[in-house]
Design a protein around this ligand. Sequence first.
Ligand SMILES: Nc1ncnc2c1ncn2[C@@H]1O[C@H](COP(=O)(O)OP(=O)(O)OP(=O)(O)O)[C@@H](O)[C@H]1O
Ligand SMILES: [Mg+2]
Length: 698
Amino acid sequence: MEDEENIEEELLLVESQLNGLQDKIKTLLDQQEELYERQAQLKAMLEISKTSRDASNSAPSVALEDWSGKFSWDSQADDTRFNVFGISSYRSNQREIINSIMSGKDVLVIMAAGGGKSLCYQLPAVLRDGITLVVSPLLSLIQDQVMGLAALGIPAHMLTSTTNKEIEKFIYKALEKGEGELKILYVTPEKISKSKRFMSKLEKCHHAGRLSLVAIDEAHCCSQWGHDFRPDYKNLGILKIQFPSVPMIALTATATSKVQMDLIEMLHIPRSVKFVSTVNRPNLFYRVYEKSSVGKVVIDEIANFISESYPNNESGIVYCFSRKECEQVAKELRGRGISADYYHADMDVVAREKVHMRWSKSKSQVAFGMGINKPDVRFVVHHSLSKSMETYYQESGRAGRDGLPSECVLYYRPGDVPRQSSMVFYENCGLQNLYDIARYCQSKKNCRRGAFFQHFGEAVQECNGMCDNCVSSIELKDIDATYHTKITVSLLQEMQQNDQRATLLQLVDKFKTKWKHSGCSNEAVDLKKEEIEQLIVQLILDRVLKEEFQHTAYTTNAYVVLGPLWKPALQGNRPVKLTSAIHSQDSGDRFKSAKRNQMSNLEAKLDDLRRTISSRNGGIFPHAVLSTEQISLLNCHTPTTIAELEKLIGKVKTDKYGSDIIEVMWSETGSGKDSGDGAKRQKKDKGVVFVESGEEEG
Ligand SMILES: Nc1ncnc2c1ncn2[C@@H]1O[C@H](COP(=O)(O)OP(=O)(O)OP(=O)(O)O)[C@@H](O)[C@H]1O
Ligand SMILES: [Mg+2]
């Protein structure tokens, strides 16, 4: 009997030790996974650095070459740039890239969206004799390019599944026999990997010395480490093998060192000359809005945002989670008077072309979907978060490709994270990538631009007040959520012991019930539903919790379970902080819409001022000088000193525009250094009437 008790006691002890050990193993496995990841990155970086060193050793001309020097084609290139493309000067790296291509080198170009990659292969295509082959992943992108080139009078065609027989015949003749006028031929990667007929025509073209250049656009699609892997891109290596003497240019807006390494290897261009430009898009204003859990409210907010900020039919794109959602949101926006068209790559050709044309010609304001190429897109709205920072960078980067100020707005709610995670968890690094962008969205303090620099491993540059967090006037506070975390973890622990699971939203409900029962005697603050969601996602990002997936016949469900670091969180050893806005976004927006169309004199003057400053600063976004919310705030609080102003609009803007703003404030409110003047004071008193301060005072 006693023996049995002893055994049972020891059994319990062993079991609890085993549990502890299993947790440690889990943590170690997670660490191992991270280290493997880092190991792969470092290996890739080492390899790239070796490759470029080998390349420069074996071909010293590459290292010695000055790509910005003088070349025999200079005057012809300048003439084509100006007279054909209508471009008055090169942007950063364009000339060097064109020169290296013209010298017959293979080239790898990493240049931000809208940086001007197309010119880098289109100009050499025009200058060199023969036909340039361009591989591009999306029909819509190809259509845009071909349309654009046609407008410039450059003979360009595309050969895709939608090309009619007659044009196909024309293209094949041009390739095979050099008949007809063809300078640039666009194809999708499937043509290279799947059409033997096409490849044999291309071979003939090359054999006759008429294949002048091969360009691989959106080259990141080659790499499964990239955000947009396309299996057919993997087969493009064949091009360099079959046409070794033809220069190849691979272009992308984003490539981590790992992806660069992959590209060089897969495309067989180890000696390529590499040009890397900054990822910074200084003309884009980035912001994240809190997204309501009520679908209709979100649509109202988007509709308000568009009609208020872009009343003159300026073009924009809205990205949604799924095609179905695109269709729905487009319909609802139309119902609210916004001319919105729904557009995606799989639509039937005629319908797609119609939509595309309407939008390109600015007959409709908003387009939905992907891969649309219009330089004067003034805003890109994300109805829900993208699946990675790279994807977001690329999609939001469709705004302002003409270099003019534009805006990128993402509507975020934590509940959208599991929607995405159940789609991406099976992808290579899918969850890790998603959590990176979730971190971007959850942050209320960090510079949005800084997040891009960090993600792409680039030195930080000035944001210049071009993101919400850098210019925010919303007061933030840190809530101590250590106790809430304990409750969440113990809740999940109990559930897991009973073999139960909960989705994020179910967990929020369970949390609320448990919170009520816990008596609230604790000093911890009561969290709003949105804050609980935010906390749970933060705990997932901090690995206190994690997501687990279960497949059913129709769908994949994401559940929240204990993560590797749940124990210290349960013991309260690691304080958890949640950043919260004292004034919620919502009330700010309500404030804004209440003031809409009722601009006071002061607001009108501040609006003028922001336009003057923006044009004085080379056309930066007026919104970036002072947002409409900030104008309302100034109107309300009428600051008359720099110190007061700084409290309302932050340091960066005050340093830059403070004296101008204060001047307007003084002129309108009659306040200022010399406000001892009775008449001015009287004017100020009048100005204050609308905030009813007189009544309060009296
Ligand atoms: N040197 C230049 N001066 C003025 N405008 C330019 C110059 N080079 C390109 N552009 C314009 O910039 C816009 C974007 O160019 P392009 O489409 O080549 O960008 P991209 O780098 O391919 O971007 P993405 O990654 O989005 O495809 C186009 O409207 C183009 O005409
Ligand atoms: Mg491009």
